[in-house]
Write a new protein. Structure first.
Ligand code: FES
Ligand SMILES: [Fe+2]
Length: 451
């Protein structure tokens, strides 16, 4: 007989969820082990370490990690902890270095993690130190279209299987050009929120007309974007897909119209249209006609903590999150367009972004409510659209009947339970990969070292 799982926090038939998951330290501690210790985590982009011996300092959950490219061009994710007593061996955000020296006693590591030099190895240690076993702790690294993922789990499935059919959609933004993408940033800030409130929000399409009303009005007035009507929002033909806890909103785009991204306005539309027209043959070759011309990815999350592209919700305790905001642009895009997208992205979702400020206030209040002794006796209601999702003849994944629903939240927290109740990957389910990936695009990017 199977034991009762430790975490049953969502009732999928009623859509009620236990608020304690947003504030309890013991649950948070389990998240660090079971989710951030087992899942594939986005940690950076290959363009942040383009040359041999480049490094970029990042995090896996709360653990400091150095993303390095060694002398052979191979990537490594190394726990930034000296194996002697534990000091950090790297204290800067990025750079180029063949070695990292701990400033406590001088143990020195190569950028592939191997312990190379120990002061007084003969005299102090009598040549008895087992150096090969004392390299920096290394995570397993794989990349998707230049985005670097890492996992501590030795039994994790391939990144390709982990992303599964979500990649069918993600490719339409992250895998368009032969030259790959380039990461700008990050901009970093702290928020008084539980990390999950951000993730479950990022394809909460329901909040947009209310929370972002004033921001949307500004967009209409100054950028020339069409005003959203009630019908646009609630009877939207846009779609919402779910794979392995990843959530993807997308729409059937107009053929020959540039896909919407931050920076598009009446003044810049011509630039986007020209770029769209000039690159479409290449994109069609890489993604096939349907995905190149008709599928437009919108808000999405990559389980557990990736939000709208390469933007990371890094947990810092149950009530605090460090947010990292990168902007990804096609590397071979005209500089003018890169600038427009960078500024547009910051203006919407940077630390002072119009939309971000609306959102942070919501997440803070949701988090705070979960600390109330009375409030937490009453679950969150995530019942919207229960029973209205299933398979679709044209699109991979589990598809919501409507663009607006809480399938997103329910499925995210179900996936959260999958991880929180698992001692290993042996009991974490994966959706089968069934999509047809037309075109030449693969997991690899031009930044990747030869296999
Ligand atoms: S703690 Fe690093 S050398 Fe001692
Ligand atoms: Fe929002």
């Amino acid at each position: 007989m199977r034991a009762t799982p430790k975490y049953v926090v969502i009732d999928p038939t009623a859509g009620k969820i236990d608020r304690r998951i947003f504030s309890e330290q013991a649950i948070y501690d389990d998240e660090m082990a079971k989710i951030f210790g087992q899942a594939w985590l986005m940690i950076g982009h290959e363009s942040l370490v383009p040359a041999v011996d480049d490094f970029f300092h990042t995090y896996m959950g709360e653990d400091p990690v150095i993303l390095t490219r060694d002398g052979q061009g191979r990537l490594h994710a190394l726990l930034n902890m000296c194996r002697h007593r534990g000091n950090r061996v790297c204290r800067v955000d990025d750079g180029n270095a063949k070695r990292f020296m701990c400033t406590y006693h001088g143990w020195t590591y190569r950028n592939d993690g191997a312990l190379e030099h120990v002061p007084g190895e003969s005299e102090a240690y009598y040549d008895a130190l087992d150096k090969p076993s004392l390299g920096l702790i290394e995570a397993h690294v794989e990349t998707y279209a230049g985005i670097v993922f890492a996992t501590w789990a030795k039994d994790a499935p391939s990144l390709e299987a982990y992303l599964g059919d979500a990649r069918w959609y993600l490719d339409t933004v992250f895998n368009r050009r032969d030259g790959g993408m380039q990461a700008l940033g990050p901009m970093k800030w702290l928020e008084p929120v539980n990390w999950k409130t951000m993730v479950d929000n990022c394809s909460d399409n329901y909040h947009v007309p209310t929370s972002h009303l004033s921001s949307a009005r500004v967009q209409s007035r100054y950028l020339g974007r069409p005003r959203l009507s009630h019908e646009d929002q609630f009877a939207s033909p846009n779609k919402h897909a779910f794979v392995n806890g990843h959530s993807i909103t997308f729409r059937d785009a107009d053929d020959n119209a540039p896909r919407y991204m931050h920076g598009v306005s009446k003044d810049t539309m011509r630039l986007f249209q020209e770029y769209h027209d000039a690159t479409m043959p290449e994109i069609e070759r890489r993604l096939g006609t349907l995905r190149a011309r008709r599928v437009q990815l919108a808000n999405h999350s990559i389980f557990p903590n990736g939000i709208l592209g390469l933007r990371l919700a890094l947990p810092r305790g149950p009530l605090k999150t460090e947010f990292w905001h990168f902007v990804l642009v096609d590397r071979d895009m005209p500089e003018e367009l890169k600038r427009v997208i960078r500024i547009g992205s910051q203006a919407n979702n940077g630390a002072a972004g119009m939309f971000e400020q609306d959102d942070v206030d919501n997440w803070r209040q949701v988090t705070e409510a979960s600390t109330s002794r009375l409030g937490r006796r009453h679950p969150q209601d995530l019942s919207m659209g229960i029973g209205h999702a299933g398979l679709h003849p044209d699109y991979p994944g589990f598809i919501s009947d409507r663009y607006i629903s809480e399938n997103n939240q329910r499925l995210f927290y179900r996936r959260w339970e999958d991880f929180m109740n698992a001692e290993s990957w042996a009991t974490i389910p994966l959706d089968p990969v069934e999509a047809r990936f037309d075109g030449t695009a693969t997991m690899r990017s031009p930044w990747s070292p030869p296999p």
